[in-house]
Design a protein around this ligand. Sequence first.
Ligand code: SF4
Length: 726
Amino acid sequence: MPNSATPTHCPYCALQCGMNLTPQQDGGVAVVERPDFPVNRGALCGKGRTAPAVLASSVRLTSPLVRSGGALVPATWDEALDRVAEGLGRTRAEHGPDACGVFGGGGLTNEKAYSLGKFARIVLGTSQIDYNGRFCMSSAAAAGMKAFGLDRGLPFPLEDIPRTGCVILVGSNLAETMPPSLRFFNELKENGGTLVVVDPRRTRTAEQADLHLAPRPGTDLALALGLLHLVVAEGRVDEEYVAERTAGWEDARAAAMAHWPEYVERITGVPVPQLREAVRLFCEPEHAMVLTARGPEQQSKGTDTVGAWINLCLATGRAGRPLSGYGCLTGQGNGQGGREHGQKADQLPGYRKLDDPAARRHVAEVWGVDPDSLPGPGRSAYELLDALGTDIRSLLLMGSNPVVSAPRAAHIEERIKSLDFLAVCDVVLSETAELADVVLPVTQWAEETGTTTNLEGRVLLRRRAITPPPGVRSDLEVMHELAARLGGERGLEKGFPTDAEEVFAELRRASAGGPADYSGITYRRLAEENGVFWPCPAATGTADDTAGDCEDASLDAEPDDPAQDHDTVAAPHPGTPRLFLDRFATPDGRARFAPVSHRAAAEEPDAEYPVLLTTGRVVAQYQSGAQTRRVDELNAAAPGPFVELHPRLAARLGAAEGDPVAVVSRRGRAVAPARITTGIRPDTVFMPFHWPGEGRANTLTNPALDPTSRMPEFKTCAVRVEPVQS
Ligand code: SF4
């Protein structure tokens, strides 16, 4: 193992901050600043700083567990793997391959996500695979595909933000979700630019805005339409750009003109003067951006909502121009890469469509199988979880904790309990792992090498810095062993290498020529160049892999790389930090306006449930909290859930700060202490979703799905709030 600092990346959010890990006497590692990585320049939030605590946690799993007599008891790896193969194999034999489900995660490395999709489709032969990233940014991905013909979270690097003129940040509390990114916005303001924040709450991010718009939850679509109406009415449309680079403007324009500012004020609660000010701030500078996050995306009309914000960018000539455009701030550590390599229900590696015959042929050739043997598209994440115990009898789950993170979580918990068989790969006994028949303890970020793709589309190398504890194995080893057991005489395990670089070499071939083309990216380049932006095709006749050595990994090209057969050595493709500057990725090169109109949320307040609930995150916890709730320092900072409510609502309930209050929706009841603040609308309450049990916010949330992205409506549902008698 290396005995000096190992440069790598944080295991948590999509910023993928760079950090150095230095070995300690006790065999662990300490986090040290890594100023050479341009995204965070050494800065880390508390989660990243304390990430090694999970490596050494006393609750870390170091032995497989199997259910025996109702309890999970330690077992050998062979016993545990045999049980998993037997459970999945029996389901497949008795009910058919589609009765086996696979559920992945946006935190899995590219190599794991790729292998998991291949495992589901080749080894199990099931179409029933999806992942928790469906719960994060799938609406933005769908809207980006529709508008631009390609979805990459940010089509420009973060370093462009300080040099633009105005950013409208919609539904993102990045001061808490990814604090080091704030410096880009601080620099924007230092350079004379402005920040407009759209959020129902006065978050830490909104406090830093030049203008804060606080719409009712679920009305971001109307808000964007109202802004576009004003753009048209005030003569701010970039007619030349619209004529040359877009299609569909007339329908979008007509829809926007039906959304008068006063009408939009009635829907959203945002006063007309604020709408006008937002338009002025956005339109006056030469450059401007709209960045969305989960707020507008996690809605049953999330795709249309993001489409409306993209419309605003298109009408004003922002998208596909330097220092301007639309971008999505992805959430999970590999939220971007996780949706590119085949663990989505409708996708093959390289961001190819599973129902595209040419894509099937290409990937099947790389996998050495008949294209007709590949299953078709399966169910989306919530629909898959909802089918557990009925159509889907067994589940293999990797890198996710849906008992806490899924909408309508109590129902999903019951569905999981009704399975014939559940296997979970995790590092700790998460709330979902507690329900498993077999738990397989796996390696973590600092104990394994692999790649992730951050919110900018920058592919990064995470390096192994320490030896994993005895008793754990990598997810790649798990898939290899299961392929051996389930593949019988077919020798399928040969298609599941346990070395991440070998998997990446195959991923490159599978992605070649696809929208997310990684074929020109090698581990060596990632190490030498601090990451490479996709698309990065391997140029014909080049030897992209032959330059230089890298001392901490073999990092060589795979021996059968076709690029090695050529004598001609051309310069490798540099990667693509900025997309769409010449043309969009549509057949005619034009971006598409979305013809969208306002519509209500799936659940609006009524007499029985008169208040809106919105959910989100806090700075000291990450996602379902499976890792961060095991870190003392983070728990001290954020020990449990709370209900944020306005003083007027608190007064009606007779609730004081810290009093327990119950939030009740059509799906269940959650109880947590009141946190009273004027920073939230009087008609809305907020709960963070990181905790299980009585205060589980997702007990309440509505699984109403966006018709295109199949994203559940986490961000708004109708509730009532009640005092709790102690
Ligand atoms: Fe890690 Fe995200 Fe915090 Fe950076 S901002 S240290 S990537 S959790």
